[in-house]
Structure formats: C-alpha cells, structure tokens
Design a protein around this ligand. Structure first.
Ligand code: ADP
Ligand code: MG
Length: 298
C-alpha cells in the first residue's frame, strides 16, 4: 500500500500499546475521528509479526456493531511501521471504568452489567458461529503454518479482559476489540509461549495448554462480569503458579447479593472449570431471550 498518512490530521496520543502508540486522527476529507495504532515492526520478532498479521486478517473480516471496526492499514516503509486505522471508541475501555468505580467506592449498576453481557455475547456469536471462509483466504500468508480454512471456521478471541472491551456511542454501545491473540480454531499455535501479562481471565484449558473451544471466551467473559460486580477479578494471587492453581480449582468469592440472583447464577455458570459443562454463547443468548421475553410479558 502507498503512504496515505497525509490524508489524516494526527491528534493526541490516547494510549501506549505493547508495540507502539495509539493515537486519535481526523480524516481531513470528512472530519471523521478514527484511532490509529502505530506499530513499529522492527521491535517485533517473527511470532509477534505473525500475530499482528493474524489480528489484521481477522479484524477486516468482522463487521459487527459490537466489534471495534477496522478500516484499513498502511505500511510505512521508511518508518518500518504499520499504521492500523480503527473505529474510535469515545467511552474508553472497561478497565478504566472499573478503576473509576473503585476510586469513587461505587458499585457498577446492574443494568450496565447486563448491557456488557448481552452485547459481548452478540459479538461472540458473530465470531463463534461462522465467518465467510472464502473471504478469509484472501489475505496473503507470511508462512505456511496458516490454518486450512473451511466453512466451519470459527474465531476465538482468547484474550477477553476489561482492557479489550471498549465503550462507544456515549456509553450506549459495548464493543469487543484487540483481536491480537485471536486465532482460527484450526491453527496450530504457540500461544502459551507468546502470552505476556497476568492471565487473570484465562480459562483453565487455555492456561494448561489443553485443546480449547469457543467456550474459553465464555469463561473470560464470566470473569469480566464478576469483576464488574465486585471490582476485583475472581482469581487473584501473588505468583503465576498460585494463580494457575486457583483457576484450575475454580473457586471464587461470592458476588454481593445486591445483584440479582439471575445475574449471579449466569456469572457462576460462565466460570465453570469443565469446558463441557460451561454454557455456549448460544445457550446464554437463549437463556437471556427467555429472560427478556418474560420481562416483556410481566
Ligand atoms: P495493547 O493491547 O497492545 O496494549 P491497546 O490496543 O489495548 O494496546 O491500546 C492501548 C490504549 O489505547 C488503551 O488505553 C486503550 O483504551 C486505547 N485504545 C485502543 N484502541 C482504542 C479505540 N479503538 N478507541 C479508543 N481507545 C482505544
Ligand atoms: Mg489491549
């Protein structure tokens, strides 16, 4: 691609990502505000570069209200960097929101937590149940370890956490972002070796490097919902090993009973150690539609 940077006005930096800067930009022609991830690929090893390419490939196939929209990317040879243009989410991320509630010693309203649950389930529904396989193939591969894509191709996010859930539309819309660790289900991967950061929200099967399925995202979603209720992640420890032990055991504190029993029981179901016993995205949406239908007719 050619350098299209001059089509944009660079605005303020809004964050530092693991590989570079996240900046607001304005499209000169329309005034539209976007986010630009400026990534220097010289600081990356081959694995990390492949991860970036996989993020781009996934993002451009996903077009959904509850998924942060990817617009384009731009390779700037002389800076050895890649600029990714994405939808700007004006409400920041859930990690920031949780920090604010903690600071003000306030509880997150239950209705907000239901909004996060429903809207992230809609995003996951899009990821877990089908993507047009032919389109995915269009992206050029950098190596031959890419999955063979078939009509049942599924995207698993694998890194759902408060930092990767964004708020937009003045707090009305919840969006799943940061598909850096997402991979096609069929991909052979070296996830365990490349993960950086504390895996507070990681499912036991992913943590133990066992085969995993889309329900690993449901576990993580459950952990995020738990944190919204209590302002603490369900599993905490001083060392990585202690954390691993706690996650494998799957025992976590009670959720305050100021939250409804329905919400508490959904969260408990999501944080089920055995992936086979954990509800799927579809199961949960079904449960919720029953709940909302009942509400309507009450
Ligand atoms: P990394 O995961 O590599 O650390 P992130 O993509 O999470 O980097 O970005 C770092 C910072 O930029 C975070 O504070 C995040 O809230 C902010 N940010 C990232 N993408 C967006 C976006 N689309 N809209 C608004 N803020 C964003
Ligand atoms: Mg992030």
């Amino acid at each position: 691609t050619t350098n299209i940077s001059n089509e944009y006005d660079a605005l303020e930096v809004i964050g530092k990502g693991s590989f570079g800067t996240v900046r607001k930009v304005r499209l000169k022609a329309s005034g539209q505000i976007l986010v630009r991830k400026e990534i220097e690929y010289t600081s990356m090893n081959v694995q990390e570069r492949n991860q970036l390419i996989s993020e781009l490939r996934i993002l451009r196939e996903l077009d959904h209200t509850n998924i942060v929209k990817y617009y384009r990317h731009d390779h700037i040879m002389e800076k050895k960097s890649i600029h990714i243009y994405m939808e700007y989410c004006d409400g920041g991320d859930l990690a920031q929101i949780i920090t604010n509630f903690k600071k003000n010693k306030e509880q997150v309203p239950e209705e907000f937590i239901w909004q996060v649950l429903v809207q992230i389930l809609l995003a996951l529904h899009r990821c877990h149940y089908g993507i047009d396989a032919k389109k995915v193939n269009l992206f050029s591969n950098t190596n031959n370890s890419e999955p063979s894509i078939n009509s049942e191709t599924v995207i698993i996010h694998r890194d759902i956490k408060p930092d990767n859930i964004f708020m937009s539309n003045s707090g009305k819309t919840v969006k799943l972002g940061d598909f850096g660790l997402a991979k096609m289900l069929t991909s052979q991967n070296d996830f365990a070796k490349t993960y950086v950061g504390t895996p507070y929200y990681m499912s036991p099967e992913v943590l133990m490097d066992n085969p995993y399925s889309p329900v690993c995202d449901i576990w993580s979603l459950g952990c995020v919902l738990f944190e919204l209720c209590t302002l603490q992640p369900p599993f905490q420890a001083k060392t990585h090993l202690q954390l691993q032990t706690k996650i494998k055991r799957g025992i976590f504190p009670e959720i305050p009973d100021s939250y409804s029993s329905q919400l508490r029981s959904i969260i408990r179901e999501c944080i089920t150690v055995e992936p086979e016993s954990r509800p799927s995205c579809f199961d949960l949406l079904e449960t919720l539609s029953v709940r909302f239908l009942r509400k309507e007719t009450e």
